[in-house]
Write a protein that binds this ligand. Structure first.
Ligand code: FNR
Length: 400
Protein backbone atom coordinates (compact mmCIF):
# COMPACT_ATOMS: atom_id res chain seq x y z
CA UNK A 1 0.00 0.00 0.00
CA UNK A 2 2.75 2.54 0.92
CA UNK A 3 4.47 1.60 -2.35
CA UNK A 4 1.28 2.19 -4.27
CA UNK A 5 0.95 5.59 -2.62
CA UNK A 6 4.52 6.44 -3.50
CA UNK A 7 3.92 5.39 -7.10
CA UNK A 8 0.76 7.50 -7.23
CA UNK A 9 2.66 10.51 -5.92
CA UNK A 10 5.42 9.95 -8.47
CA UNK A 11 2.88 9.82 -11.27
CA UNK A 12 1.29 12.98 -9.94
CA UNK A 13 4.67 14.78 -9.83
CA UNK A 14 5.51 13.57 -13.34
CA UNK A 15 2.16 14.85 -14.60
CA UNK A 16 2.66 18.19 -12.90
CA UNK A 17 6.10 18.67 -14.39
CA UNK A 18 4.83 17.65 -17.86
CA UNK A 19 2.08 20.26 -17.42
CA UNK A 20 4.68 22.83 -16.35
CA UNK A 21 6.78 22.03 -19.43
CA UNK A 22 3.72 22.36 -21.63
CA UNK A 23 2.99 25.73 -20.03
CA UNK A 24 6.57 26.85 -20.60
CA UNK A 25 6.28 25.80 -24.24
CA UNK A 26 3.12 27.81 -24.83
CA UNK A 27 4.24 30.79 -22.78
CA UNK A 28 5.27 33.49 -25.20
CA UNK A 29 8.12 35.88 -24.68
CA UNK A 30 8.98 39.22 -26.25
CA UNK A 31 12.19 38.00 -27.83
CA UNK A 32 10.91 35.17 -29.99
CA UNK A 33 9.81 35.28 -33.64
CA UNK A 34 6.23 35.96 -34.66
CA UNK A 35 4.46 35.57 -37.99
CA UNK A 36 2.06 38.41 -38.72
CA UNK A 37 0.37 37.68 -42.05
CA UNK A 38 3.17 37.90 -44.61
CA UNK A 39 5.46 39.67 -42.13
CA UNK A 40 8.03 37.34 -40.59
CA UNK A 41 9.08 39.19 -37.46
CA UNK A 42 12.20 38.31 -35.47
CA UNK A 43 10.64 39.40 -32.15
CA UNK A 44 7.30 40.44 -30.67
CA UNK A 45 8.61 43.95 -29.91
CA UNK A 46 7.06 46.68 -32.06
CA UNK A 47 7.95 50.35 -32.30
CA UNK A 48 4.64 52.23 -32.15
CA UNK A 49 3.90 55.00 -34.67
CA UNK A 50 5.35 58.29 -33.43
CA UNK A 51 4.90 61.64 -35.16
CA UNK A 52 8.13 63.63 -34.79
CA UNK A 53 7.58 66.59 -37.18
CA UNK A 54 11.03 66.47 -38.71
CA UNK A 55 10.02 66.14 -42.37
CA UNK A 56 9.93 69.65 -43.88
CA UNK A 57 8.06 69.81 -47.23
CA UNK A 58 6.42 66.47 -46.32
CA UNK A 59 9.56 64.62 -47.45
CA UNK A 60 11.45 61.91 -45.57
CA UNK A 61 15.17 62.68 -45.18
CA UNK A 62 18.57 61.36 -44.10
CA UNK A 63 18.05 62.24 -40.43
CA UNK A 64 14.85 60.18 -40.39
CA UNK A 65 16.71 57.26 -42.03
CA UNK A 66 19.29 57.42 -39.25
CA UNK A 67 16.59 57.54 -36.53
CA UNK A 68 14.73 54.51 -37.87
CA UNK A 69 17.96 52.57 -38.58
CA UNK A 70 19.05 53.08 -34.96
CA UNK A 71 15.92 51.22 -33.85
CA UNK A 72 15.73 48.62 -36.65
CA UNK A 73 18.00 45.76 -35.64
CA UNK A 74 15.66 43.19 -34.04
CA UNK A 75 18.44 41.91 -31.75
CA UNK A 76 18.66 45.29 -30.04
CA UNK A 77 15.63 47.28 -31.23
CA UNK A 78 12.27 46.51 -32.84
CA UNK A 79 11.02 43.35 -34.50
CA UNK A 80 8.73 45.66 -36.45
CA UNK A 81 8.79 49.45 -36.88
CA UNK A 82 5.58 51.29 -37.64
CA UNK A 83 6.43 54.68 -39.11
CA UNK A 84 5.13 57.96 -37.85
CA UNK A 85 1.70 58.73 -39.29
CA UNK A 86 2.16 59.64 -42.96
CA UNK A 87 -0.34 61.69 -44.95
CA UNK A 88 -2.03 60.01 -47.91
CA UNK A 89 -2.80 63.39 -49.51
CA UNK A 90 -2.19 67.09 -48.99
CA UNK A 91 -5.75 67.29 -47.66
CA UNK A 92 -4.93 64.50 -45.20
CA UNK A 93 -2.25 66.56 -43.51
CA UNK A 94 -2.86 68.26 -40.19
CA UNK A 95 0.50 69.07 -38.60
CA UNK A 96 3.61 70.94 -39.71
CA UNK A 97 6.55 68.97 -41.09
CA UNK A 98 4.95 65.53 -41.17
CA UNK A 99 5.79 63.28 -44.13
CA UNK A 100 3.53 62.28 -47.02
CA UNK A 101 3.24 59.39 -49.48
CA UNK A 102 1.10 60.77 -52.30
CA UNK A 103 3.79 61.92 -54.81
CA UNK A 104 6.62 60.25 -56.72
CA UNK A 105 9.06 62.61 -54.97
CA UNK A 106 7.82 61.38 -51.58
CA UNK A 107 8.13 57.72 -52.63
CA UNK A 108 11.75 58.38 -53.63
CA UNK A 109 12.46 60.20 -50.37
CA UNK A 110 11.30 57.19 -48.33
CA UNK A 111 13.45 54.65 -50.23
CA UNK A 112 16.68 55.36 -48.28
CA UNK A 113 14.71 54.98 -45.03
CA UNK A 114 13.39 51.53 -45.88
CA UNK A 115 16.82 50.53 -47.25
CA UNK A 116 18.51 51.64 -44.00
CA UNK A 117 16.03 49.62 -41.92
CA UNK A 118 16.42 46.53 -44.10
CA UNK A 119 20.23 46.85 -43.94
CA UNK A 120 19.86 46.34 -40.16
CA UNK A 121 17.75 43.22 -40.73
CA UNK A 122 14.61 45.09 -39.67
CA UNK A 123 11.01 45.29 -40.91
CA UNK A 124 9.03 48.50 -41.38
CA UNK A 125 5.43 49.31 -42.27
CA UNK A 126 4.02 52.73 -43.01
CA UNK A 127 1.12 54.18 -41.02
CA UNK A 128 -1.35 55.73 -43.49
CA UNK A 129 -3.05 58.88 -42.22
CA UNK A 130 -5.84 61.24 -43.13
CA UNK A 131 -6.43 63.64 -40.25
CA UNK A 132 -9.89 64.83 -41.33
CA UNK A 133 -10.90 67.71 -39.07
CA UNK A 134 -7.70 67.62 -36.96
CA UNK A 135 -6.03 70.18 -39.17
CA UNK A 136 -5.56 73.86 -39.74
CA UNK A 137 -6.42 75.95 -42.77
CA UNK A 138 -2.75 76.99 -43.08
CA UNK A 139 -1.82 73.35 -43.78
CA UNK A 140 -4.58 72.66 -46.32
CA UNK A 141 -4.47 73.08 -50.12
CA UNK A 142 -5.23 76.76 -50.89
CA UNK A 143 -5.80 77.39 -47.18
CA UNK A 144 -9.23 75.75 -47.42
CA UNK A 145 -11.18 74.35 -44.50
CA UNK A 146 -10.20 70.78 -43.49
CA UNK A 147 -12.74 68.05 -44.33
CA UNK A 148 -14.71 65.83 -41.96
CA UNK A 149 -17.80 63.59 -41.93
CA UNK A 150 -19.74 66.57 -40.53
CA UNK A 151 -19.08 70.28 -40.04
CA UNK A 152 -18.33 69.97 -36.32
CA UNK A 153 -15.18 71.54 -34.96
CA UNK A 154 -13.00 69.30 -32.77
CA UNK A 155 -12.09 70.49 -29.31
CA UNK A 156 -8.48 69.76 -30.06
CA UNK A 157 -5.17 71.25 -31.10
CA UNK A 158 -2.63 70.70 -33.83
CA UNK A 159 1.10 71.43 -33.95
CA UNK A 160 2.27 74.27 -36.19
CA UNK A 161 5.97 75.00 -36.59
CA UNK A 162 7.24 78.41 -37.62
CA UNK A 163 10.95 79.26 -37.82
CA UNK A 164 11.67 75.94 -36.17
CA UNK A 165 9.51 76.71 -33.12
CA UNK A 166 6.54 74.36 -32.50
CA UNK A 167 3.30 75.69 -31.03
CA UNK A 168 -0.11 74.15 -30.35
CA UNK A 169 -2.95 75.79 -32.26
CA UNK A 170 -6.72 75.02 -32.11
CA UNK A 171 -7.96 72.98 -35.07
CA UNK A 172 -9.97 74.81 -37.74
CA UNK A 173 -13.71 74.50 -38.42
CA UNK A 174 -14.09 71.68 -40.99
CA UNK A 175 -16.58 71.35 -43.84
CA UNK A 176 -18.62 68.17 -44.33
CA UNK A 177 -17.44 65.93 -47.14
CA UNK A 178 -19.78 65.68 -50.13
CA UNK A 179 -20.94 62.14 -50.82
CA UNK A 180 -19.23 62.35 -54.21
CA UNK A 181 -15.84 63.13 -52.64
CA UNK A 182 -15.60 59.97 -50.52
CA UNK A 183 -14.56 57.54 -53.31
CA UNK A 184 -11.64 59.88 -54.08
CA UNK A 185 -10.35 59.62 -50.51
CA UNK A 186 -10.67 55.83 -50.56
CA UNK A 187 -8.67 55.91 -53.82
CA UNK A 188 -6.01 58.02 -52.07
CA UNK A 189 -5.63 55.29 -49.43
CA UNK A 190 -5.31 52.67 -52.16
CA UNK A 191 -2.67 54.69 -54.00
CA UNK A 192 -0.81 55.40 -50.75
CA UNK A 193 -0.61 51.65 -50.01
CA UNK A 194 0.74 51.05 -53.50
CA UNK A 195 3.24 53.90 -53.07
CA UNK A 196 4.39 52.52 -49.71
CA UNK A 197 5.31 49.23 -51.39
CA UNK A 198 7.10 51.16 -54.17
CA UNK A 199 9.03 52.98 -51.44
CA UNK A 200 10.24 49.62 -50.10
CA UNK A 201 7.96 49.19 -47.09
CA UNK A 202 7.04 45.70 -45.90
CA UNK A 203 3.43 46.75 -45.53
CA UNK A 204 1.06 49.40 -44.24
CA UNK A 205 -1.04 50.16 -41.19
CA UNK A 206 -4.27 52.10 -41.62
CA UNK A 207 -4.53 54.70 -38.88
CA UNK A 208 -8.12 54.29 -37.72
CA UNK A 209 -7.38 55.50 -34.19
CA UNK A 210 -7.04 58.67 -32.11
CA UNK A 211 -9.86 60.75 -33.55
CA UNK A 212 -8.60 61.10 -37.14
CA UNK A 213 -10.73 60.76 -40.27
CA UNK A 214 -11.59 57.04 -40.09
CA UNK A 215 -12.36 57.37 -36.36
CA UNK A 216 -14.42 60.53 -37.03
CA UNK A 217 -16.65 58.49 -39.34
CA UNK A 218 -16.95 55.69 -36.78
CA UNK A 219 -18.18 57.74 -33.85
CA UNK A 220 -21.69 59.09 -33.50
CA UNK A 221 -20.49 62.32 -31.86
CA UNK A 222 -18.37 63.42 -34.84
CA UNK A 223 -20.53 61.84 -37.54
CA UNK A 224 -23.99 63.40 -37.93
CA UNK A 225 -24.39 62.41 -41.57
CA UNK A 226 -27.77 61.33 -42.82
CA UNK A 227 -26.57 59.45 -45.89
CA UNK A 228 -25.05 55.97 -46.29
CA UNK A 229 -22.02 56.98 -44.17
CA UNK A 230 -23.84 58.12 -41.03
CA UNK A 231 -26.48 56.99 -38.54
CA UNK A 232 -26.39 53.23 -37.92
CA UNK A 233 -23.22 51.35 -36.98
CA UNK A 234 -23.39 49.70 -40.39
CA UNK A 235 -23.29 53.13 -42.03
CA UNK A 236 -20.67 54.71 -39.77
CA UNK A 237 -18.29 51.79 -40.40
CA UNK A 238 -18.78 51.98 -44.20
CA UNK A 239 -15.83 54.32 -44.76
CA UNK A 240 -13.44 52.10 -42.74
CA UNK A 241 -14.68 49.05 -44.65
CA UNK A 242 -14.13 50.72 -48.01
CA UNK A 243 -10.63 51.85 -47.02
CA UNK A 244 -9.63 48.41 -45.70
CA UNK A 245 -11.09 46.68 -48.75
CA UNK A 246 -9.15 49.01 -51.06
CA UNK A 247 -5.75 48.62 -49.39
CA UNK A 248 -6.03 44.85 -48.95
CA UNK A 249 -7.08 44.45 -52.60
CA UNK A 250 -4.17 46.60 -53.66
CA UNK A 251 -1.26 45.01 -51.74
CA UNK A 252 -2.79 41.88 -50.12
CA UNK A 253 -4.23 41.55 -46.62
CA UNK A 254 -1.07 39.86 -45.33
CA UNK A 255 0.82 43.14 -45.68
CA UNK A 256 -1.86 45.28 -44.04
CA UNK A 257 -2.56 46.13 -40.43
CA UNK A 258 -5.01 48.48 -38.76
CA UNK A 259 -4.77 50.60 -35.60
CA UNK A 260 -7.87 51.26 -33.53
CA UNK A 261 -8.43 52.98 -30.18
CA UNK A 262 -11.91 51.96 -29.03
CA UNK A 263 -12.21 54.27 -26.04
CA UNK A 264 -9.62 56.99 -26.35
CA UNK A 265 -10.92 60.55 -26.08
CA UNK A 266 -7.91 61.82 -28.08
CA UNK A 267 -8.81 64.58 -30.52
CA UNK A 268 -12.35 64.85 -29.18
CA UNK A 269 -13.25 61.28 -30.17
CA UNK A 270 -16.36 60.08 -28.37
CA UNK A 271 -19.13 57.57 -28.74
CA UNK A 272 -21.62 56.24 -26.20
CA UNK A 273 -21.37 52.58 -27.31
CA UNK A 274 -17.80 51.73 -28.30
CA UNK A 275 -18.18 48.01 -27.51
CA UNK A 276 -20.87 47.37 -30.11
CA UNK A 277 -19.17 49.64 -32.62
CA UNK A 278 -15.74 48.03 -32.40
CA UNK A 279 -16.99 44.45 -32.21
CA UNK A 280 -18.76 45.18 -35.49
CA UNK A 281 -15.46 46.54 -36.89
CA UNK A 282 -13.56 43.47 -35.59
CA UNK A 283 -16.05 41.08 -37.20
CA UNK A 284 -15.62 42.87 -40.52
CA UNK A 285 -11.81 42.64 -40.26
CA UNK A 286 -11.86 38.89 -39.55
CA UNK A 287 -12.02 37.60 -43.14
CA UNK A 288 -9.54 40.13 -44.57
CA UNK A 289 -6.46 37.98 -43.77
CA UNK A 290 -4.70 40.95 -42.18
CA UNK A 291 -1.13 40.87 -40.88
CA UNK A 292 -2.30 42.29 -37.56
CA UNK A 293 -4.87 44.23 -35.58
CA UNK A 294 -3.33 46.89 -33.36
CA UNK A 295 -5.43 48.08 -30.43
CA UNK A 296 -4.68 50.98 -28.09
CA UNK A 297 -6.13 50.09 -24.69
CA UNK A 298 -7.63 52.98 -22.75
CA UNK A 299 -6.77 56.62 -23.38
CA UNK A 300 -3.80 56.98 -25.74
CA UNK A 301 -0.75 57.99 -23.72
CA UNK A 302 -2.84 58.14 -20.53
CA UNK A 303 -5.03 55.90 -18.33
CA UNK A 304 -5.21 52.32 -19.56
CA UNK A 305 -8.53 51.84 -17.74
CA UNK A 306 -10.16 54.94 -19.29
CA UNK A 307 -13.83 54.34 -19.94
CA UNK A 308 -16.24 55.67 -22.60
CA UNK A 309 -19.85 54.72 -22.30
CA UNK A 310 -21.34 53.05 -19.28
CA UNK A 311 -19.27 49.91 -18.94
CA UNK A 312 -15.55 49.32 -19.10
CA UNK A 313 -14.40 48.09 -22.49
CA UNK A 314 -14.03 44.33 -22.88
CA UNK A 315 -10.90 43.82 -25.00
CA UNK A 316 -11.12 40.03 -24.75
CA UNK A 317 -14.59 40.21 -26.34
CA UNK A 318 -13.13 42.38 -29.12
CA UNK A 319 -10.54 39.71 -29.87
CA UNK A 320 -13.16 36.97 -29.74
CA UNK A 321 -15.33 38.88 -32.23
CA UNK A 322 -12.32 39.12 -34.57
CA UNK A 323 -11.36 35.46 -34.26
CA UNK A 324 -14.92 34.18 -34.49
CA UNK A 325 -15.13 36.00 -37.81
CA UNK A 326 -12.09 34.04 -39.01
CA UNK A 327 -9.43 36.59 -38.06
CA UNK A 328 -5.97 35.05 -37.82
CA UNK A 329 -3.84 38.18 -37.84
CA UNK A 330 -1.45 38.87 -34.99
CA UNK A 331 -3.04 40.64 -32.00
CA UNK A 332 -1.01 43.75 -31.17
CA UNK A 333 -1.53 45.84 -28.04
CA UNK A 334 -0.26 49.25 -26.96
CA UNK A 335 -0.41 51.86 -24.26
CA UNK A 336 1.80 52.21 -21.25
CA UNK A 337 3.52 48.82 -21.61
CA UNK A 338 6.62 47.92 -19.67
CA UNK A 339 8.38 44.59 -19.48
CA UNK A 340 6.12 43.07 -16.79
CA UNK A 341 2.86 44.22 -18.34
CA UNK A 342 4.05 42.98 -21.73
CA UNK A 343 4.79 39.53 -20.33
CA UNK A 344 1.39 39.27 -18.76
CA UNK A 345 -0.36 40.45 -21.97
CA UNK A 346 1.53 37.85 -24.03
CA UNK A 347 0.52 35.17 -21.58
CA UNK A 348 -3.08 36.27 -21.92
CA UNK A 349 -2.97 35.84 -25.69
CA UNK A 350 -1.45 38.98 -27.22
CA UNK A 351 1.07 38.33 -30.00
CA UNK A 352 2.84 41.68 -30.33
CA UNK A 353 3.42 44.62 -28.00
CA UNK A 354 3.96 48.15 -29.32
CA UNK A 355 6.12 50.53 -27.30
CA UNK A 356 5.91 54.27 -28.01
CA UNK A 357 7.73 56.72 -25.75
CA UNK A 358 10.14 53.99 -24.62
CA UNK A 359 11.38 53.73 -28.22
CA UNK A 360 11.80 57.51 -28.53
CA UNK A 361 14.35 57.47 -25.69
CA UNK A 362 15.81 53.96 -26.08
CA UNK A 363 16.97 53.03 -29.58
CA UNK A 364 18.16 49.70 -28.14
CA UNK A 365 14.94 49.00 -26.25
CA UNK A 366 15.10 45.22 -26.78
CA UNK A 367 18.55 45.02 -25.19
CA UNK A 368 17.28 46.99 -22.22
CA UNK A 369 14.09 44.94 -21.87
CA UNK A 370 16.18 41.78 -21.95
CA UNK A 371 18.31 42.87 -19.01
CA UNK A 372 15.58 44.85 -17.22
CA UNK A 373 16.90 48.35 -17.89
CA UNK A 374 18.24 50.87 -17.24
CA UNK A 375 16.06 53.08 -19.46
CA UNK A 376 16.69 56.60 -20.77
CA UNK A 377 13.88 59.07 -20.02
CA UNK A 378 12.05 60.57 -23.02
CA UNK A 379 12.27 64.35 -23.21
CA UNK A 380 8.89 65.86 -24.09
CA UNK A 381 10.27 69.20 -25.24
CA UNK A 382 11.86 67.53 -28.28
CA UNK A 383 8.98 65.19 -29.23
CA UNK A 384 7.62 67.41 -31.99
CA UNK A 385 9.95 69.27 -34.37
CA UNK A 386 13.61 70.17 -34.19
CA UNK A 387 16.68 68.28 -35.37
CA UNK A 388 18.84 65.52 -33.98
CA UNK A 389 18.54 66.64 -30.36
CA UNK A 390 16.06 64.35 -28.64
CA UNK A 391 15.79 62.35 -31.88
CA UNK A 392 18.99 60.54 -32.86
CA UNK A 393 21.15 61.38 -29.85
CA UNK A 394 19.68 59.08 -27.17
CA UNK A 395 22.53 56.78 -26.11
CA UNK A 396 22.53 53.01 -26.50
CA UNK A 397 23.76 50.79 -23.68
CA UNK A 398 27.08 50.03 -25.34
CA UNK A 399 27.91 53.73 -25.67
CA UNK A 400 26.12 55.17 -22.63
C1 FNR B 1 2.23 59.38 -30.53
N1 FNR B 1 1.23 58.45 -30.88
C2 FNR B 1 0.90 58.26 -32.20
N2 FNR B 1 -0.05 57.33 -32.55
C3 FNR B 1 -0.30 57.07 -33.85
O1 FNR B 1 -1.13 56.21 -34.13
N3 FNR B 1 0.35 57.74 -34.82
C4 FNR B 1 1.28 58.70 -34.57
O2 FNR B 1 1.88 59.25 -35.49
C5 FNR B 1 1.54 59.00 -33.20
N4 FNR B 1 2.42 59.97 -32.85
C6 FNR B 1 2.83 60.14 -31.56
C7 FNR B 1 3.86 61.02 -31.25
C8 FNR B 1 4.33 61.13 -29.96
C9 FNR B 1 5.48 62.05 -29.66
C10 FNR B 1 3.72 60.37 -28.92
C11 FNR B 1 4.24 60.47 -27.50
C12 FNR B 1 2.68 59.52 -29.21
C13 FNR B 1 0.71 57.52 -29.85
C14 FNR B 1 1.70 56.37 -29.64
O3 FNR B 1 1.79 55.56 -30.80
C15 FNR B 1 1.27 55.47 -28.47
O4 FNR B 1 -0.02 55.01 -28.71
C16 FNR B 1 1.31 56.19 -27.13
O5 FNR B 1 2.54 56.87 -26.95
C17 FNR B 1 1.11 55.21 -25.96
O6 FNR B 1 2.11 54.22 -25.97
P1 FNR B 1 3.36 54.28 -24.94
O7 FNR B 1 4.13 55.54 -25.23
O8 FNR B 1 2.74 54.33 -23.56
O9 FNR B 1 4.15 53.03 -25.19
Amino acid sequence: MPNETAAAIEIQIANQSAEKNRMLCVMKNLFEPCQAGQLQLATRIVMAPLTRNRAPHALANALMAEYYAQRANPATGAGLIITEATAISHQGQGYSDVPGIWSAEQVKAWQPVTAAVHAQGGKIVMQLWHVGRISHTSLQPNNQAPVAPSAIVAKSKTVLIENGVPRFEPTSMPRALELTEIPGIVADYRQAAKNAILAGFDGIEVHAANGYLVDQFLRADSNHRQDAYGGSIENRTRFLKEVMTAVTQEIGGGRCGIRISPVTPANDASDASPQKLFEHVAAFLGPLNLAYVHTIEGSTGAARDYQQGETSFDYAALKTAYQQAGGQGAWMLNNGYDSELAKSALNQGADLIAFGKAFIANPDLASRLRQNGPYNTPERATFYGGGEKGYTDYPSLSIS
